[in-house]
Ligand binder design. Structure first.
Ligand SMILES: NC(=O)c1ccc[n+]([C@@H]2O[C@H](COP(=O)([O-])OP(=O)(O)OC[C@H]3O[C@@H](n4cnc5c(N)ncnc54)[C@H](OP(=O)(O)O)[C@@H]3O)[C@@H](O)[C@H]2O)c1
Length: 222
């Protein structure tokens, strides 16, 4: 079978864990030379990119050189009632998902595509989730505007629904109930898998006529 990303170079920001790690592994399996980064690498072999720190982005871009595909899964999610809002946490959430990718676009010599991560909360307002919702919504606009800015480099976003990536493990005993409730709200009656998102990313990387798009991978939650 042909490897879809043979001879390509791929950088996965946030590639040390969860969805990012799975995307990195899948891109490698498709023949790409993959670099994964973390904002707090556990060993010296991993690239450090902290999207709150422009110098770290510039240094990584210098080290990596020209690259075909950049994918940013970075997120610093923050939820709180508006009366308890901590401005710094809001600014960090915006930096990880929105201004951080702008820094990636500024410093990296991207040859083929940049893929951002939005999320379903953008289109489903709820109590306490305004930071995530506004940030994810802005990511969809960022994909459109960066697609124009970086053309002919393609820029797209993935908007996941609830995915059992490990992100929800902190809920402990409540996790199963949370996932079950999320599944019941989808049209396909299940939560998303890591594989659902990996498939969507791999398709976007190899879809040369798709740019400025936000692809919802959320089971059609209505
Ligand atoms: N899983 C879901 O149900 C779901 C739903 C909707 C949207 N999403 C979106 O999908 C993406 C991946 O989510 P996930 O489930 O894999 O879990 P996640 O914990 O949200 O992943 C966030 C990633 O961001 C990285 N990160 C954190 N701070 C950073 C910083 N300052 N600079 C650069 N990277 C930073 C983390 O890695 P390091 O700590 O190693 O840097 C981690 O890999 C996120 O954008 C998330 O919002 C996920």
């Amino acid at each position: 079978m042909t490897e879809r990303l043979a001879n390509s170079t791929v950088l996965v920001v946030g590639g040390a864990q969860r969805l990012g790690a799975a995307i990195a592994a899948a891109a490698h399996a498709e023949g790409a030379h993959v670099t994964a980064s973390s904002h707090a690498p556990r060993d010296e072999t991993m690239l450090r990119i902290d999207l709150l720190d422009e110098a770290s982005v510039a240094a990584a871009a210098e080290q990596v050189g020209p690259i075909d595909h950049v994918i940013s899964t970075a997120s610093m999610t923050y939820s709180a009632p508006i009366g308890d809002m901590e401005l710094t946490r809001v600014q960090e959430a915006i930096a990880a998902k929105l201004t951080g990718p702008l820094l990636l676009a500024k410093h990296f010599q991207i040859r083929k595509s940049l893929t951002l991560f939005s999320g379903q909360v953008a289109w489903r307002p709820g109590s306490g989730t305004y930071t995530t919702g506004i940030t994810n919504g802005a990511v969809a606009f960022a994909a459109q505007h960066l697609a124009a800015e970086l053309a002919p480099v393609r820029v797209n976003a993935i908007s996941p629904g609830i995915i059992d990536s490990g992100l929800w493990d902190g809920r402990g005993a409540e996790k199963a109930e949370f996932l079950s409730a999320a599944a019941s709200r989808t049209l396909v009656r299940r939560t998303g898998t890591v594989g659902d998102i990996v498939d969507a990313v791999l398709w976007l990387l190899s879809a040369p006529f798709v740019t400025g798009e936000t692809l919802r991978v959320d089971g059609g939650r209505g």
